[in-house]
Ligand binder design. Structure first.
Ligand SMILES: [Zn+2]
Length: 102
């Protein structure tokens, strides 16, 4: 399956997906001693569309495809906006499944 982000990065091919994670937002881990858990989300290991490279995306709600990661606007270290506006976009597959090598 091919995906890209609302920020325009990608497309990427999903190689592995981890579901049901509630790990704290990385900014909270950096800023807090006991960061609160995030809403349930997925993490993905990705490659480029041809299967090369290794990329990571995470903190997306699997049902809404919205990012659950909170981000900071940079003006004040305590100024957290509730969630980034990022959304995962699922693309139609670009080619049929290859069943033979040649
Ligand atoms: Zn997580």
């Amino acid at each position: 399956m091919l995906v890209k982000t609302g920020y325009g990065t990608g497309p990427y091919r999903i190689k592995h997906i981890v579901r049901g994670c509630t790990c704290p937002c990385s900014l909270d881990k950096f800023n807090m001693q006991t960061p609160p858990p995030s809403p349930p989300h997925v993490h993905m290991i990705l490659s480029d569309p041809d299967g090369r490279g290794e990329f990571y995306l995470g903190w997306y709600d699997e049902d809404t495809l919205q990012s659950v990661a909170r981000s900071y606007d940079g003006s004040d270290e305590d100024c957290a906006i509730p969630a980034s506006k990022d959304v995962l976009i699922i693309l139609p597959d670009d080619r049929p499944v290859q069943t033979t090598l040649f």
